[in-house]
Write a protein that binds this ligand. Sequence first.
Ligand SMILES: [Ca+2]
Ligand SMILES: [Ca+2]
Length: 183
Amino acid sequence: MLPARSLLIANLTFLLTSFGCGGDIGDGGADASTDDTPSGQLTEAETGNNRTSVDMLHAWVDADTEVGFRGAGYVEALPNDGESCGEFTQCGASVSYNIDVEQTGTYFVYFRVWADDVTDDSIAWSVNAGPGEILVQTQLGEWQWIRSQTAITAQPGPLVFTIHMTEDGEKLDAFVLSTDGDQ
Ligand SMILES: [Ca+2]
Ligand SMILES: [Ca+2]
């Protein structure tokens, strides 16, 4: 199965490149040969410089040991000691990003995540300290793009985008704000 899938992705990448649909996302890193990045406004997770340990134990930490990341690395919720944090504003850790929205639109958010097992495989996000949403991965042991269930409406200008730990051990490579909910 893997060679066929790789071939499909390679062809898709070729088509996107051929028709100039790659946008301003770029190849980013070691995964460029199989880049299936959704179109939209991309932020590398490792650029988040506003990091908070809510429980004074966990934090989103820079890492670069899992192969295939984009950009300069990714962030991982550590330590991975079995913490589960459904009430993510009350426990765990967060990392925030000041996003400068480029165009008015209704945006879904795609997250490039990696979990080794089911005790690591969820994440939450919120905008401007809103209620937020928890997302759970469908694959383990590989980088996977997952999409928000809800969309946000935004106008050009700044917004504060926050990633919350719901299970430690989750890895986040990048996220994309996209007006296309069907990628
Ligand atoms: Ca865990
Ligand atoms: Ca990255």
